[in-house]
Design a protein around this ligand. Structure first.
Ligand code: HEM
Length: 210
């Protein structure tokens, strides 16, 4: 009988399962686009471009919050090895947000850079989204072990604290974009307040212990 260590269980079993789960929305989207292109019934609504853009943005934001959930979850359940999943979740968050921006650039604006630039500087919610995306770039670029070594763990940790303002920008972008019904943004704000509040609590708890 083969007995797996927790680390092996996470990297050989749980990680591939989580990878497929995180990829699933994209596979679903690709499948429905293929149905659309073959003139078959599909789930992309009467406005597939708007649907695609919102779908990718929505998953990008969910994955940003999921990235923030990994460390409280690992601390509260004492399953420290869950942290091995955090980088992958974060990279998925970045990929969905990048695809969200790509769909906006390609499908919405057909690479009309002048129009895109006007949108970025004139529409506040787009400016905020852009700041969020730009903030995610250094996090994705420095996500490799080599970069952690190069920057040093302390600097790397400091840089990756950027995820906190990015998550605020992401939820802010969402609630500004949703002009009428604020129920969904309110749910996202509540989750975010819990996730960031937990960090503040831990910070003061550590300081009191020191
Ligand atoms: C951290 C970065 C970002 C996050 C987390 C994010 C997330 C979202 C979310 C959750 C939505 C609404 C989805 C829904 O209604 O269900 C959305 C909509 C949208 N976002 Fe982003 N976004 C980001 C960056 C950007 C960037 C860089 C752009 C373009 C420059 C952009 C352009 C848009 C547009 C055009 C919409 C839809 C507006 C509409 O359909 O009326 N977003 N985004």
């Amino acid at each position: 009988m083969v007995i797996f260590s927790t680390k092996k269980l996470i990297s050989h079993v749980i990680k591939p399962i989580v990878f497929i789960a995180l990829l699933a929305p994209l596979l679903w989207l690709g499948w429905h686009w293929s149905l659309l292109l073959e003139n078959q019934p599909n789930g992309l609504t009467a406005n597939p471009i708007e649907y695609t853009n919102r779908f990718l943005g929505g998953w990008g934001l969910k994955y940003i919050l999921l990235t923030l959930l990994v460390s409280p979850l690992s601390q509260l359940t004492a399953m420290r090895k869950l942290m091995l999943l955090r980088r992958m979740v974060g990279l998925f968050a970045f990929s969905y947000v990048l695809l969200h921006f790509t769909s906006y650039t390609v499908l919405d604006h057909y690479f009309n850079w002048a129009e895109i630039w006007q949108d970025i500087v004139k529409r506040n919610f787009i400016t905020i989204g852009m700041l969020g995306l730009l903030g995610l770039v250094p996090l994705a670029v420095t996500s490799t072990n080599r970069m952690i070594k190069k920057l040093g763990a302390k600097n790397w940790k400091r840089l990756h604290m950027l995820i906190y303002p990015i998550s605020i920008l992401g939820v802010f972008h969402f609630s500004m974009m949703r002009k009428g019904d604020q129920l969904e943004p309110k749910i996202y704000w509540s989750v975010l307040v819990f996730l960031l509040g937990y960090r503040v609590y831990r910070f003061y708890q550590r300081r009191a212990g020191a």
